[in-house]
Design a protein around this ligand. Structure first.
Ligand code: CA
Length: 225
């Protein structure tokens, strides 16, 4: 998932960034309300979740949330708050939050809340992506092809999700890099090719038609068989 964390405490921001990245998420960090608004605009519908601190240096998180909702932004929001008073929670939910979590929190609890928000949002769509004989369960992160289970490392899983959300579409190295690693393109870096190589060895199973193809000079494409 593409997650925007809005948190001015550098320790918490870095804890969230490391933890969520290790879970395979793409994490963007904003440390104030101004940057948060800018990222919400830049990422648009690519953004899957916002983790929003209420006590920001330039503005109250509740006001940020209220204005985003008023502007039609429907991205799920989990409010992170040090204030555990009932009024803050109610106000956060009233302002348009999907859930809240009180600091300090256990990382596992945050992950559980993220899954819960995702389930409640994603009921209409399925938790499973299917392209040809390949399936990816978005909750368990397990992939299967032709009934055979494929073990994926977090980056591989994020990359496969990207390919499966854009079947038949050629994805350039810079698109893959910015979606999977959240970096802008560094000329000369071959990290994308290396990881596509790993993924391809797992997905292009012997005896089955290859799903991931190299398009010379353009990038890579997942084509259902
Ligand atoms: Ca704060």
């Amino acid at each position: 998932m593409n997650i925007l964390t809005v948190e001015d405490d550098p320790n918490i921001a870095s804890f969230l960034h490391r933890g969520l990245s290790a879970e395979g998420h793409s994490v963007t960090v904003a440390t104030n309300a101004k940057d948060a608004r800018r990222w919400v605009t830049t990422l648009g519908t690519d953004l899957d979740l916002i983790l929003l601190d209420l006590g920001l240096p330039d503005e109250n998180g509740k006001d940020v949330l209220r204005s985003l909702r008023a502007a039609g932004v429907t991205t799920p929001v989990i409010v992170l708050t040090a204030q555990d008073g009932l009024n803050d929670k109610v106000a956060g939910l009233d302002a348009g939050a999907n859930d809240y979590i009180t600091k300090p929190f256990a990382f596992d609890e945050l992950l559980a809340r993220i899954r819960a928000v995702r389930r409640s949002i994603g009921q209409a769509s399925s938790n499973e992506l299917v392209v040809g004989d390949l399936t990816l369960d978005l909750l368990t992160k397990l992939a299967q092809r032709g009934g055979r289970q494929i073990e994926l490392a977090p980056r591989e899983w994020v990359m496969l999700e990207l390919f499966m959300r854009h079947p038949n579409q050629v994805l350039s190295r810079s698109q893959i890099l910015s979606n999977v690693w959240n970096y802008s393109f560094e000329p000369g870096s071959n990290v994308v090719d290396v990881y596509v190589g790993y993924l391809r060895r797992k997905v292009n199973l012997p005896g089955l038609p290859p799903l991931i193809q190299t398009i010379r000079g353009a990038g890579y494409r997942l084509t259902p068989t």
